[in-house]
Design a protein around this ligand. Structure first.
Ligand SMILES: *Cc1c(COP(=O)(O)O)cnc(C)c1O
Length: 489
C-alpha cells in the first residue's frame, strides 16, 4: 500500500455535505468557466475529519511540545487571542465596508498603532506589512524615499553586520541598494572601526538586528547610531527579537529610526507553515510622513461628544500601499488582545522571563557544549554542535536525536559566524521542568555522541518519518501529502 491521500479514500456517491435548495433561480454557468479535469474526492464528513486529524498529529507544534527554534520565538499562543479574533464583529466585517460602519475595528487598529509606538519608542506605526521581511522592505523603501525627498538620491549603500538575520541583506538588495557587510568583534558586537570605514556620503542606512542573531545585545548601540547619523544615514532596527526588550528598552530611544515588529513572534499569534503573519513598522517623527498609506487616524472634537471618530488617511510623502486592503486584521486582533491581557507590567515580565529562561538553559549546557560568545544572553544563545574528539557528529545529528525526546530542534547552521550552530530560544512560556528536561536530553545526547555516535547518525527513531534526505525533500517537494503506511485504518 502506498501513501493514503484523501483522494485514495474517495468512493463515488459518498458525501460530507448537502447544500440547501437554492433560493434564487438556477442559472447555467458559461462553458468556459466549467472544468471537467477537477476531480474532487467523494468522502463522508467523518472520513475527512479523521484523515486531517491524523495528518495534524504527524507534525510537531507548540501546542504539543517544546519548540526552541532560535530567532522564531515559538512561544505558546494563548487561546483567548483566538476567541477575540473569532468575535463576529471582527471576523464578519468586510474590508470595503464604509468607515462609519467599522469604527470598532478602526479603534482596535488605532490603539494597536499607539501601543506598538509606545512599546518601541516611536512616533508613528503602519500595520500594513504582512511579515517581518515585508516590514523590512517597507522600512528600506522609506529610507530610499527619505533621501530622495531630502535631495540626496546618491545615498545608495546599506550596511549590514555579519550577525544580522539573512532577510536584512536580502531586503536591502531587493530595494536596489549596494549591501556591505560589517564584521563582528570578539564580543559579538558590531566592529566600530569597520563601521566607521564604510560611513561616507553614499551611506543610506544601517540595518541592525538587536539583540543580534547570537542572542547578544550590542553594547555599543548608541555609538553605532551616532556614527551612522553623523554620516547622514538612517538606523533600521530589526525588531523581530523584541521579546527580549519588552517593557525594558525602547529602540526609538537608543537611536533606531525605523523598526519592524513581528506580531506573530513577540505578540503571540500562531506562525510556522507560512502565515498569516504581520510585521508593523514604527518610525521616529521625521519619518512619519513617509509611512505607507493609509494609516488609521483619530479625530476627537471638543464638543463633549465622547466617541472619537476614526478614518483612513495617507501621509504626505507616503511610499504608497504595501498590502491590499488593511493588512492581516485577524493577527492584529490577536496581538492587541495579547497586549491588553498583559498590560505594561506583564509585558515587562515577558521580556524578563524570556531572558531568564535563555540564560538558565545556557548555563546548564555551556560546559558540555562550546559557547563561542560567553556573556549574558538575551532571549536566545548559540552553541556549537560539535566536539573535536568526535569529528563526524554535526549539529544536524544532535537536532535529529532531539526529536526522539519529543522536542523540536533548535535552529541549525545559523548564524553563519558560528560553526555547527545550534541557536536555542526557549521563550518565556516554558516551565522549569520543561527547560530541565530539554537540558537533560541535550546532555544525554552529548554523552551518546561520544559513546554511541551511530545512535545520532540514524536518528530520529521515534517519529512517524525517519531521517529524510533533506536535499531531495527540498528539491522534490510533494505538497499533496498522504498518511504513511504505519497509519493504516
Ligand atoms: C523572523 C525574523 C525575520 C523575518 O520575519 P518573517 O516574518 O519571517 O518575514 C527578520 N529578522 C529576524 C531577526 C527574525 O527573527
Amino acid at each position: 500500500m502506498g501513501k493514503k491521500t484523501i483522494y485514495d479514500k474517495s468512493v463515488p456517491g459518498r458525501r460530507g455535505i448537502r447544500f440547501p435548495k437554492p433560493e434564487v433561480p438556477e442559472t447555467p454557468l458559461p462553458d468556459a468557466l466549467l472544468r471537467a479535469d477537477l476531480p474532487l474526492p467523494e468522502v463522508s464528513e467523518n472520513e475527512v475529519i479523521r484523515h486531517f486529524t491524523k495528518l495534524s498529529q504527524l507534525n510537531h507544534g507548540v501546542d504539543i511540545g517544546f519548540y526552541p527554534l532560535g530567532s522564531c520565538t515559538m512561544k505558546y499562543n494563548p487561546k483567548v487571542n483566538e476567541a477575540a479574533a473569532r468575535l463576529h464583529g471582527f471576523s464578519q466585517i468586510h474590508p470595503l465596508q464604509p468607515e462609519e460602519t467599522v469604527q470598532g475595528a478602526l479603534h482596535l487598529m488605532y490603539q494597536l498603532q499607539e501601543h506598538l509606538a509606545e512599546i518601541g519608542g516611536f512616533a508613528g506605526v503602519t500595520l500594513q506589512p504582512a511579515a517581518g521581511a515585508h516590514g523590512e522592505l517597507t522600512g528600506i523603501l522609506m529610507v530610499k524615499k527619505y533621501h530622495e525627498v531630502n535631495g540626496e538620491p546618491h545615498r545608495n549603500k546599506i550596511l549590514v553586520p555579519d550577525s544580522a538575520h539573512g532577510t536584512n541583506p536580502a531586503t536591502s538588495a531587493m530595494s536596489g541598494f549596494i549591501v556591505k557587510e560589517i564584521p563582528s568583534d570578539e564580543r559579538g558586537n558590531v566592529d566600530l572601526e569597520a563601521l566607521k570605514a564604510e560611513c561616507d556620503e553614499t551611506l543610506a542606512g544601517f540595518m541592525l538586528t538587536n539583540p543580534n542573531t547570537l542572542g547578544l545585545f550590542d553594547e555599543n548601540v548608541c555609538d553605532i547610531a551616532a556614527i551612522v547619523h553623523q554620516a547622514g544615514g538612517l538606523m533600521y532596527g530589526d525588531g523581530a527579537n523584541m521579546n527580549a526588550l519588552l517593557g525594558i528598552a525602547k529602540p526609538g530611544e537608543f537611536g533606531v529610526d525605523i523598526m519592524h515588529y513581528n506580531l506573530h513572534k513577540t505578540f503571540s499569534t500562531p506562525h510556522g507553515g507560512g502565515g498569516p503573519g504581520s510585521g508593523p513598522v514604527g518610525v521616529v517623527e521625521k519619518l512619519v510622513d513617509f509611512l505607507p498609506g493609509p494609516v488609521v487616524v483619530m479625530e476627537q472634537d471638543d464638543s463633549g461628544f465622547d466617541f472619537p471618530y476614526y478614518y483612513f488617511a495617507t501621509p504626505k510623502h507616503s511610499i504608497g500601499r504595501m498590502k491590499s486592503f488593511h493588512g492581516q486584521f485577524g493577527v492584529m486582533v490577536r496581538a492587541y488582545t495579547y497586549i491588553l491581557m498583559h498590560g505594561p507590567d506583564g509585558l515587562r515580565e515577558v521580556g524578563e522571563l524570556a531572558v531568564l529562561n535563555a540564560n538558565y538553559l545556557m548555563h546548564k549546557l555551556k560546559g558540555v557544549y562550546r559557547l563561542p560568545y560567553d556573556r549574558v544572553c538575551m532571549h536566545e544563545f548559540v552553541l556549537e554542535g560539535r566536539w573535536p574528539e568526535v569529528e563526524d557528529i554535526h549539529a544536524l545529528d544532535i537536532s535529529k536525536r532531539l526529536m526522539d525526546f519529543g522536542f523540536h530542534p533548535p535552529t541549525n547552521y545559523f548564524p553563519l559566524i558560528v560553526r555547527e550552530a545550534l541557536m536555542i530560544e526557549p521563550t518565556e512560556t516554558e516551565t522549569k521542568e520543561t527547560l530541565d528536561a530539554f537540558a537533560d536530553a541535550m546532555l544525554q545526547i552529548a554523552e551518546e555522541a561520544k559513546t554511541n555516535p551511530d545512535l545520532l547518525h540514524s536518528a530520529p527513531h521515534n517519529t512517524p518519518i525517519g531521517r529524510l534526505d533533506e536535499v531531495h525533500a527540498a528539491k522534490n517537494l510533494i505538497l499533496c501529502c498522504g498518511l504513511p503506511d504505519s497509519y493504516s485504518d
